[in-house]
Design a binder for this molecule. Structure first.
Ligand code: SF4
Length: 219
């Protein structure tokens, strides 16, 4: 059985932590984004076109965390630029949240997909890939120190609030004094609204906007 220090070394070597500057006081978004572009901490770098790092002001008051980049994000190298990102933009505008107040990122920074003919279909990242990528998200949050973190969807919510967290049961509710921020909220991922049946989409969107309004009320 490995000693505790050996276990930590093994765990660290299997994550993106080894790519971060040793001293957290040297961390900046520009520097860690540059390093993340070279990350090989899990096999997803072979699938994605490029690392899709977070985007927004280092002084953002809100950090929103999604699951992983989709096909368009993979090609453009920017988070939330596909259909789900456009829906998020519309919901933010309706909720009265300024995009300048937000830093957008994902739990996993490479696109995971399976081929279906000529199409690339999103495939959920597994626990090993989520754990490997976690140091990038932790570093983003440590640098920005936002007042509020919003988890979009179950993958982000469980990464931030624990594996047993259920978005359906606790969406739109503030969780206080977490290790990530004074306030953490969880809501659905905008892509789930796009996947909803047409007749359910309007109410799903309205509920999403209501969750974002609850976030705004704490700004
Ligand atoms: S998904 Fe994350 S941990 Fe895996 S290679 Fe990409 S940046 Fe590194």
């Amino acid at each position: 059985m490995p000693s505790p220090s050996r276990a930590v070394a093994v765990e660290k070597s299997g994550t993106a932590a080894r790519y971060l500057p040793q001293n957290p006081s040297d961390w900046t978004l520009v520097e860690i984004k540059k390093r993340a572009a070279r990350c090989r901490a899990c096999p997803l770098y072979k699938l994605g076109t490029q690392t899709v790092f977070g985007e927004g002001s280092p002084h953002a008051r809100i950090v929103m965390v999604g699951e992983q980049p989709g096909g368009q994000e993979d090609v453009q190298g920017r988070p939330f630029v596909g259909p789900a990102g456009k829906l998020l933009d519309r919901a933010l505008a309706e909720a009265g949240i300024d995009r300048a107040d937000i830093y957008l990122t994902n739990t996993v920074k490479h696109f995971k997909w399976v081929g279906a003919g000529r199409r690339r279909l999103n495939k959920k990242a597994n626990a090993r890939e989520i754990a490997a990528c976690r140091p990038w998200l932790e570093a983003e949050l440590a640098i920005i120190k936002p007042g509020i973190v919003v988890a979009l969807g179950a993958t982000a919510a469980q990464a931030l609030l624990g594996k047993t967290f259920r978005v359906t049961q606790a969406r739109g509710r503030p969780f206080r004094d977490t290790r990530w921020a004074p306030l953490v909220f969880a809501t659905v991922h905008p892509s789930s609204i796009l996947r909803a049946f047409t007749e359910d989409r309007t109410s799903a969107f309205a509920r999403f906007v209501a969750d974002l309004k609850a976030v705004r009320s704490h700004l």
